[in-house]
Design a protein around this ligand. Structure first.
Ligand code: NAI
Ligand code: 15L
Length: 266
């Protein structure tokens, strides 16, 4: 293995469960963490460390002894600001502070297409466009990208921020024909993000080689990553679904329905 100890946060989540298996071979020890139940360690190569990302002391202990982090933990959908503040905003600060204190030099940050969710689907974006977050969740990922840039400029901690599209076993609707990222392509992208030298803070889009792409991902090619899968394999199944009205946010905005969620609590 190329790493001594790799930390995977969000390991009990949808992607975390998949990557817990797939990243195991990259490090002598895979430390898996979540606020939700993780079960027992799956052998001598695993350490299970439950942790609330909003707890600064606990996160500091979590990163001790790690040489890299794949940071998936946090709220992954649109929610009231106060929830996002704890898990995502305080969470990402706690992760970078602990990385600085423990000399961790590489982070892979699960950012999201929702940092650019208010662009229309007719627009083609590269990773340098002005961000247009589509909610508190997207704002927290946008803050995470800024945090990554700051900790690189100030402390030399390198990060690849992956603006993940929609990573599920298959595309679930028409929008995801453009945003889908297969688990195989995600795994390969994370591996390149961990091991490509001198990335600084790189921002890339995480989408498979889909036919109708919205993203110019030339920044990802610098990592030596080319997606292999395509949503085309699922087109007939997706197009058998009822049509989406042209006025539906799912048909207009890159961020789809996230653009129309909230306000909360009024
Ligand atoms: P998920 O919601 O299934 O997993 C997130 C995990 O984080 C959960 O297991 C949850 O318990 C944990 N978590 C939440 N709050 C926490 C806290 N305060 N402390 C510690 N752990 C906490 O989400 P999924 O789909 O696995 O996504 C993983 C990451 O990738 C997330 O950061 C998400 O925002 C990002 N992402 C995922 C996309 C996808 O298509 N699956 C698309 C874009 C981004
Ligand atoms: C995300 O950021 C979410 O975490 C995920 O659950 C999906 O909703 C995805 O974006 C998407 O845009 O499809």
């Amino acid at each position: 293995p190329r790493l001594q100890r790799l930390l995977l946060t969000g390991a009990a989540g949808g992607l975390g469960k998949v990557l817990r298996e797939r990243l195991a071979g990259l490090a002598q020890v895979l430390r898996v963490s979540d606020i939700a139940a993780l079960g027992e360690a799956r052998g001598a190569h695993e350490e299970v460390v439950p942790c609330d990302l909003s707890d600064k002391q606990a996160v500091d202990a979590l990163l001790a002894g790690c040489d890299a982090i794949v940071h998936l933990g946090g709220v992954s959908v649109e929610r009231p600001f106060e929830e996002i503040l704890e898990a995502n905003i305080k969470g990402i600060f706690n992760v970078y502070e602990a990385a600085r204190r423990h000399g961790v030099k590489r982070v892979v940050f699960a950012s999201s297409n929702h940092v650019i969710g208010f662009y229309e689907q007719t627009e083609k974006l590269d990773a340098n466009v002005l961000r247009r977050p589509d909610g508190y969740y997207g704002l927290s990922k946008s803050f995470g990208e800024d945090m990554a840039q700051f900790y690189f400029d100030r402390y030399g901690i390198e990060t690849v921020s992956i603006r993940i599209g929609s990573s599920f076993p298959e595309p679930l609707n028409r929008r995801m024909m453009s945003t889908w990222l297969s688990y195989d392509d995600l795994t390969a992208l994370i591996e390149k993000s961990l091991f490509t030298p001198q990335v600084g803070h790189a921002v890339v889009y995480g989408a498979s080689a889909n036919k109708d792409v919205w993203w110019d991902n030339h920044a990802a090619a610098k990592l030596g990553w080319t997606p292999k899968d395509s949503s085309e394999a699922f087109r007939a199944k997706v197009e058998a679904q009822p049509p989406v009205a042209p006025t539906d946010p799912n048909a207009i905005y890159q961020g789809g329905a996230f653009t129309a969620q909230g306000p909360f609590g009024d």
